[in-house]
Design a protein around this ligand. Structure first.
Ligand code: SF4
Length: 190
């Protein structure tokens, strides 16, 4: 049985302008069906999910886009244009339906995980405030990184042999949280 038939009232909007950031759009759509029963299975299947079972919200990243699913609503951020918005919505519809179809082969997970914080990243940065990444301080860089405004590769000092261990920790944290560039496309069929 198909869990999600489609989307209603698809609305696209531009986020507030942040100087220096690449422009992207946000799409919000109502769902034709309540998809909350699939959340524990998606939580088990996807990497970097943030699941709130009490409020029935599931959040994860897919190819650098931010996905938030509510029982009857979906929000996707960091999309290039309308065409990409439609493609990603269709991809998510398939993901929901395919996961639901194979639920008997999956162990549902109700685990919750906290969002990656700037401080977790900052702890492993060189902390020299050298400015090479374009941010005034390492903490400012960590904030931008968690907000997906910059790439970890902008911190050149971190990619020197002296910081090998710290670099591996940061890359592991980013991959675990599903950040683009440090992780594959979350194993989703296209
Ligand atoms: S390049 Fe790295 S070390 Fe230098 S300020 Fe930016 S984050 Fe800190």
């Amino acid at each position: 049985m198909v869990m999600l038939r489609g989307f209603l009232n698809i609305k696209t909007s531009l986020p507030p302008c942040h100087p220096g950031e690449v422009e992207w759009i946000r799409v919000e759509a109502e769902l034709t069906d309540d998809v909350s029963p699939v959340f524990p299975y998606l939580n088990a299947l996807m990497k970097g999910t943030i699941y709130d079972p009490q409020n029935q919200v599931l959040n994860f990243k897919l190819g650098g886009r931010g996905i938030t699913i509510y029982p009857r609503k979906i929000v996707v951020t960091r999309l290039k244009d309308q065409k990409e918005a439609e493609e990603v919505l269709e991809r998510l519809r398939k993901l929901i339906n395919q996961t639901w179809e194979r639920r008997e082969t999956l162990q549902p997970s109700y685990k919750t995980r906290a969002k990656l914080t700037p401080m977790e990243i900052y702890k492993h940065l060189p902390k020299t405030n050298c400015g090479a990444c374009g941010a005034a301080t390492c903490l400012a860089f960590a904030l931008k990184l968690v907000g997906e405004e910059v790439s970890i590769h902008n911190c050149a000092p971190l990619f020197t042999p002296a910081h090998k261990e710290a670099r591996e920790k940061v890359l592991a944290l980013l991959a675990e949280a599903g950040y683009k560039g440090q992780e594959t496309d979350n194993g989703v069929p296209s």
